[in-house]
Write a protein that binds this ligand. Structure first.
Ligand code: G4P
Length: 281
């Protein structure tokens, strides 16, 4: 999905999410576990404001597990409950309902104290930037039994609820928010992980960023993947070495840097260099 974010679109997205927040008890903020900060919406705290929230570090299967653990501790220190999940396989997804129940316990206890015998299901909204896995998670939570409970009047577009067991109802359309664009490094991280289209930034620039990052944080994996005895300081030499070894050549046998960039980014995104985390504490 390509979304062009202009100020008008951002304002509309914010309005839509704010409107949906009125219908729900809890927000599931979906981020990419490989870049839990860079894949957050910059205004998320302001938009979500006082609603209870759980942070879901999705695609944790692709992220460096040690770094993910550090992030979970980091968010916990800020009173933000974060869970590592893999929406594709379902790992960690069951925990969402447990944690949400715990978070909403005071609210539902209050309702019970007021005489409501059986608390209704918790209502939740998934929010996140494009490609972070919102649809995958909705499908995973819904399982085979997507049961729609009918429209809710009072909103511009009819909202459908998806039942997740007895205890949770999910709005079927997630809140799509924009990523951070202002910071160049954030842009490179979004591009490296495939969160934004390859046409948005120059592919060679993205690959330069990615290779420098790998050289700094995962030198052994970089050496192993491309059979390098050591990692050249000069990035052009590194491109040349990889290009020659992997046959990324143009006419006349010269290294084709676009091909090298494509190869390296494809390798990263398909986990050929293992599980990587690009946001570090
Ligand atoms: P969105 O609604 O937030 O835009 O994201 P969506 O669910 O469409 O997911 C985007 C891509 O991320 C999908 O790949 C999806 O399979 C993948 N994905 C989602 N959750 C996980 C996860 O926990 N682990 C892994 N490994 N992948 C996940 P796709 O359809 O193949 O798209 P693409 O690969 O062509 O970009």
């Amino acid at each position: 999905m390509t979304i062009q974010w202009f100020p008008g679109h951002m304002a509309k997205a914010k309005r839509e999410v704010t409107e949906k927040l009125k219908l729900i008890d809890i927000v599931f903020e979906l981020v990419d576990a490989r870049i839990p900060m860079s894949s957050r919406n910059p205004l998320i705290d302001e938009i979500v404001a006082n609603k209870p929230r759980i942070m879901l570090l999705n695609k944790a299967d692709m992220a460096d597990p040690d770094v993910t653990k550090q992030w979970i501790d980091f968010f916990a220190a800020q009173q933000i409950e974060a869970i590592a999940i893999d929406s594709q396989s379902g790992t960690g997804v069951k925990q969402i309902v447990t944690v949400a129940k715990e978070k909403l316990r005071p609210k539902f206890e209050k309702m019970m104290a007021k005489g409501i015998k059986r608390p209704r299901a918790m209502r939740a909204l998934i929010v996140g930037i494009p490609n972070v896995g919102k649809s995958t998670l909705i499908n995973r939570l819904a399982g085979k039994h997507i049961a729609k409970t009918g429209d809710t009047p009072g909103v511009t577009k009819a909202q459908q609820w998806i039942k997740v067991g007895k205890e949770l109802e999910l709005l079927d359309t997630p809140g799509i928010l924009w990523p951070k664009f202002e910071d160049e490094e954030v842009g490179f991280k979004l591009a490296t992980t495939g969160a934004i289209k390859d046409t948005i930034l120059n592919l060679q620039d993205v690959a330069v960023y990615a290779l420098r990052f790998l050289a700094a944080h995962y030198p052994d994996r970089l050496k192993e993947r491309y059979a390098l005895s050591d990692i050249p300081e000069d990035i052009v030499v590194l491109f040349d070495e990889i290009g020659k070894r992997r046959g990324c050549l143009a006419a006349g046998g010269v290294v084709d840097y676009d091909k090298v960039a494509e190869l390296v980014l494809r390798d990263i995104r398909t986990e050929k260099l293992g599980r990587l985390s690009f946001d570090r504490l």
